[in-house]
Design a protein around this ligand. Structure first.
Ligand code: SF4
Length: 403
């Protein structure tokens, strides 16, 4: 790997990845229906929605995963990325009520909370020595406008200059724009100047307004999601993008969603990582959801890698899919598994059982067990450090069985 000449748009990816991919795919025999797709990938041609449909219906999941894995290795060799982060969700009070959301509360709910700046800093202080990123998303608070977040981010950066702030989903930006009577660009510029380092990808759900009307009525439209991220990229804020699948969408919806994101990435180069994750049903209000199975999660991650040729990283979001599937996903095209996290409510309230107590060594071991080399990265994929998991000490008095 180019250890590591990283720009914001290539985010640590090998510059010659397409050439490497072409060379590695030349020798491989694929099944009849996958061969034309593999040939397109080998020649650098973008896959169509119809190609995506073939991949979603192909009977051999492992073959789809193997094809995606060749792209991952061409882009990043055998490195897999993680970071040292903590999630602080500033409030669960939300003026909306998305049907898939188990996190939001009304203002008067007994377990509603809103961390003022002092409480937020006190919470972050507990982890500040061990992390270099705080990931903050939350409900749409009825009173907090852009100046609240401006003050919050300034305070965080002044107290913890080593911590990058990755915060506020597109719908939160839209909400601040509405409350503060400002354009998306004005809001994003104020927040960037106050210390915001990047935008998380949350809130994309499925970029189709009919589906959005069913699962998250009142949220930003598909167009607005794309416009907010485009504006962020234009002012120099990189971002991630996501896809929530397994609710009421079709396979076509997922593929069109990916197509919209890759087209924006073509223009701005500002999406660094795509994070596909399945709907988790606990405490939500979406009984008609299909809910994705484990193999569907792996297939969707693999197809994301195959379709999204202009977005460098694909994340196995272990907070949602758990460590077991995340480990497997590293062989199905994913190259990133998020971070130490330490504290997470949104997925856990919806049913996730992913462990929250991983230190860097345990996270590295998970990556090594998947056959990859762990690399600790910073938020924007500009700094990298190969990490070696410490070996567990042998227990005293434990005799090994003789063969
Ligand atoms: S997903 Fe976000 S916007 Fe929707 S109800 Fe939950 S907290 Fe509010």
């Amino acid at each position: 790997m180019n250890q590591w000449s990283s720009t914001q748009s290539n985010a640590g990816c090998n510059q010659d990845w397409q050439e490497r991919l072409t060379n590695s795919l030349e020798q491989i025999q694929w099944s009849e229906s996958i061969t034309p797709i593999a040939n397109k990938i080998s020649s650098g041609e973008r896959l169509s929605i119809d190609d995506g449909l073939i991949l979603f219906h192909h009977p051999d999941l492992n073959e789809v995963g193997r094809l995606a894995d060749y792209i991952r290795k061409s882009r990043f060799d055998n490195f897999a990325f993680f970071n040292s982060n903590v999630h602080v969700n500033q409030t669960n009070v939300c003026v909306l009520s998305c049907r898939f959301c188990a996190f939001r509360r009304s203002k008067r709910a007994p377990d509603a909370y809103s961390l003022d700046i002092e409480a937020y800093i006190a919470d972050l202080s507990k982890y500040a020595d061990y992390v270099d990123e705080v990931h903050s998303v939350g409900g749409l608070h009825p009173e907090w406008d852009v100046h609240h977040y401006q003050q919050l981010f300034r305070t965080v950066r002044a107290k913890f200059p080593h911590i990058t702030i990755k915060a506020l989903t597109a719908v939160e930006i839209k909400h601040l724009s509405h409350l503060s009577n400002m354009s998306f660009r004005e809001v994003l510029t104020i927040l960037k100047d106050a210390g915001l380092g990047s935008l998380p990808g949350g809130g994309a759900e499925i970029l189709d307004d009919e589906i959005r009307a069913i699962i998250c009525n009142g949220k930003e439209s598909s167009e607005e999601y794309l416009e907010i991220h485009k504006t962020a990229h234009e002012i120099g804020l990189p971002s991630n993008c996501t896809m929530l699948f397994g609710t009421v969408e079709t396979i076509q919806h997922r593929l069109i969603h990916m197509d919209k994101l890759r087209k924006l990435a073509d223009i701005t180069g500002g999406f660094q990582c795509f994070v596909p994750y399945p709907f988790l049903p606990d405490s939500s209000r979406l009984p008609e959801a299909q809910c994705a199975t484990g193999s569907e999660v792996l297939r969707t991650i693999a197809i994301s890698r195959l379709m999204l040729d202009s977005i460098p990283h694909i994340k196995a979001y272990r907070m949602n899919i758990g460590d077991g599937l995340a480990e497997l996903a590293l062989q199905f095209g994913a190259d990133d598994i998020d971070g130490t996290v330490q504290k997470e409510s949104i997925m856990h309230l919806a049913g996730s059982t992913a462990p929250l107590d991983h230190d860097l060594s345990r996270l590295s071991k998970l990556i090594e067990n998947a056959g990859c080399i762990p690399v600790k990265r910073n938020t924007t994929y500009q700094q990298f450090e190969i990490f070696v998991a410490t070996k567990p000490k042998p227990r005293r008095g434990l005799k090994m069985a003789q063969r």
